[in-house]
Design a protein around this ligand. Structure first.
Ligand code: HPA
Length: 273
């Protein structure tokens, strides 16, 4: 079945269950699922119940699509995302973003846990992604292009929305939240990087590194959605003298501690946006 028809089926299924019309899509990354507790939920779907949705294989992710109000704004939230390292195709990884678009969303806010490869980024800091370098071996737009969905060669010049970023920076400053801006390097994972790789990523202009988000961003821009990405720095990776072993438990712990700052920014951006 063509992607376009799959999307119609999934969206039709959701609309059979709810008339709710979300305007913003939110994707919650590793250890960043607590925001869901602040949603006035209208409807929630387990991924396994949604047609054409892959099912989540990572324990630290919840695996639910939640529709409801956050700060008086209609949102659709992915609690748990799909990663390339789980074995999904890039089309599967990005399918939910396309569903959000066809549910009527105009902008997406994506979060993730990331390694910090800027020397001044410390564990627990948060950063807006202002650009990316894609080092994943596959692209979600590979294959024949459906012009009903988006253009063959989407431009990525204005990928990370400037007005959303400046609004976030102003809010962070006024509220004493340390908020960086940086370039996110996307790698396939699932292994963490070697010291030489972290150093390489710093040299090529990276400030953050992670295993997600960029495929979703590419697909969002393919469909002309506005994009905001917030990374939580869960481990310091540069300079390499300051490297220590990274564990999933450590990543989740630091992400959870930093999450309230991220949630505050997201809620602020939803006001009149
Ligand atoms: N590398 C890749 N992905 C990550 C890291 C890292 O150091 N930390 C959190 N996600």
């Amino acid at each position: 079945m063509e992607l376009f028809d799959q999307l119609q089926e999934t969206v039709t299924f959701i609309k059979q269950h709810t008339a709710f019309e979300p305007k913003t899509g939110i994707v919650l990354g590793t250890g960043l699922g607590n925001l869901t507790s602040e949603i006035q939920v209208t409807t929630r779907f387990r991924y396994q119940d949604l047609p054409h949705f892959p099912t989540s294989t990572v324990d630290s992710h919840q695996g639910e699509l939640i529709l409801g109000m956050l700060n008086n704004h209609p949102v659709v939230v992915m609690a748990g995302r799909f990663h390339y390292y789980e074995g999904y195709s890039m089309q599967q990884v990005t399918f939910p973003i396309r569903v959000m678009k066809y549910l009527g969303v105009e902008q997406v806010f994506l979060s993730n846990a990331a390694g910090g490869i800027h020397p001044e980024f410390e564990a627990g800091d948060i950063a807006l992604v202002k650009d990316h370098i894609n080092l994943q071996p596959s692209n979600p737009l590979t294959g024949s292009n459906d012009e009903r969905i988006g253009p063959r060669f989407p431009d990525l010049l204005h990928t990370y929305d400037l007005s959303l970023r400046s609004k976030a920076l102003t809010f962070a400053k006024a509220n004493n939240i340390r908020l960086h801006e940086g370039v996110y390097v996307c790698i396939p994972g699932p292994n963490l990087e070697t010291p030489a790789e972290y150093r390489y990523m710093n040299i090529i202009g990276g400030d953050l590194v992670g295993m997600s988000t960029v495929p979703e961003v590419i697909v969002a821009r393919h469909m002309d959605l506005q994009v905001l990405v917030l990374s939580v720095v869960t481990n310091k990776c540069f300079p390499i003298e300051e490297l220590s072993e990274t564990t999933l438990e450590g990543v989740i712990e630091v992400a959870a501690l930093a999450e309230p700052k991220m949630t505050a920014i997201i809620k602020h951006l939803l006001v009149k946006s």
